[in-house]
Design a protein around this ligand. Structure first.
Ligand SMILES: [Mg+2]
Length: 176
C-alpha cells in the first residue's frame, strides 16, 4: 500500500472548471500551476472561450498562474498568450521536480501557497507531490489519447482504485 499511496493526489475533481477556487483562496493559496493538455483543453487544441473566461476569473479572484507543460514551446507559448499572457514553462520534464519549483518562483510565491492541477498521476501529480506542492488530479477532458498515455491510464486506474477505497474508509470512519 505504501508503494501505491505515494501516487495518491491530495485531491481529485471531475473537472478543472468545477474546483472551488474561492475556497482555495480562503485557505491561503495564491498561485495555481496548470498542466494544459487534457486539463484545460483537449490535447493540442488552442484555448477556447471556457479556458479564456476561467483565467479571467482567476485573475479577478487574485490568483497568479503559471502553465507547466512537457509540450514544446510553440504550443505552450501560444496557449499562454491566448489566456491573457500568463507565466509558462515548456518542455518541463514532469515528473522531475525542478520545473515545479521554477513555476512557484515565477509567481514569486512560496511552495505552500501554490496549488498544482493536472490530469496525469505519473507525471503531474507525482512531480507535484515530491516538490511539496498541494495537488489536485482532474479527469482528462478528452478520452481519445495516444497509446503510451492509454497504457499509463491503466496503471492510473490501479492507483485510483486504492485511493478511492481509502476515501470510502475515511467516510465510514466519520459516520460511525
Ligand atoms: Mg495533461
Amino acid at each position: 500500500m505504501g508503494f501505491i499511496s505515494q501516487f495518491y493526489p491530495d485531491n481529485y475533481a471531475d473537472s478543472t472548471f468545477l474546483i472551488d477556487y474561492e475556497d482555495l483562496y480562503k485557505k491561503g493559496y495564491r498561485g495555481i500551476i496548470y498542466d494544459i493538455d487534457n486539463t484545460l483543453v483537449e490535447h493540442g487544441v488552442p484555448a477556447n472561450q471556457r479556458a479564456i473566461n476561467h483565467f479571467k476569473k482567476l485573475k479577478e479572484l487574485g490568483f497568479k498562474v503559471c502553465l507547466l507543460s512537457n509540450n514544446k514551446e510553440p504550443r505552450v507559448a501560444s496557449f499562454a498568450s491566448q489566456v491573457g499572457g500568463v507565466n509558462y514553462i515548456f518542455d518541463a520534464h514532469k515528473p522531475g521536480i525542478r520545473s515545479y519549483k521554477e513555476a512557484a518562483k515565477k509567481m514569486k510565491l512560496p511552495l505552500n501557497q501554490v496549488v498544482f492541477i493536472g490530469d496525469q498521476i505519473f507525471t503531474d501529480v507525482w512531480g507535484a507531490k515530491r516538490a511539496g506542492i498541494y495537488n489536485i488530479l482532474v479527469k482528462p477532458i478528452h478520452p481519445k489519447e495516444e497509446i503510451q498515455i492509454v497504457l499509463k491510464r491503466k496503471l492510473e486506474w490501479i492507483v485510483l482504485y486504492f485511493y478511492q477505497k481509502t476515501k470510502i474508509v475515511e467516510i465510514i470512519a466519520i459516520l460511525v
